[in-house]
Ligand binder design. Sequence first.
Ligand code: PGA
Length: 251
Amino acid sequence: MARMPVIAGNWKMHKTVEEARALAQAVRDGAAGVSHCRVVMAPPFTALFPVAEILRNTPVILAAQNVHWEPEGAFTGEISLPMLEEIGCGMAIVGHSERRQYFGETDATVNRRVRAILQSSLQPVICIGETLEEREAERHYDIITQQLAGGLDGLTRQSLLRIILAYEPVWAIGTGRTATPETAQEMHAFIRNRLSGMFGEGAQEVRILYGGSVKPENIAALMRQPDVDGALVGGACLEADSFLSIIHYNA
Ligand code: PGA
């Protein structure tokens, strides 16, 4: 079954509103007419609304970089799903390794966010990945198995079809050290296999993105792998030209 690829840009903590507008306009215009993949942009919270206005009535999807599981309440510093729905966000990234590493995100909190997102109109982009230490100790498959079991706990087969996974080996994020296409494929196939074990056939329809130092130079080889269904791009999405070259990986 064909899985429509997704090329998503995670802006992390970059871009003022003014800078965000310029980048969003350039990507929107450069991606006009793209039909081989879905383009996603995840600006920081202050830029979501202005970027939403720029993307309105275009196929480019707006994503948040995180979201809380409660619809409202005394949760200083958090943003809720109704707030994201109101401005037209279509996706929310959950469990990014930087959230896990610096802000105490765990598989349990990832799971709460995922379940809440599945009750909303948004789709979750759930990040998983092992650290260098874990890979060197040959624990990467165990770690991924654990992150999948915890993060996807309680999901139904039906809801599985709405999730997007992003495999992001922590040792490849922002380091310039990309996983080879073969290493990525090996883990993506493992993830799909785990999903089949957990949920059955629907696993064939789940998009699994690769993330970690994706660049214009390595995207095509990654996309040729049968289980790599797109990319979550950090550093290389901050300039329109390089993000657009990644989007046009098939050119
Ligand atoms: P990077 O980040 O492309 O800068 O390595 C990827 C990510 O963290 O999503």
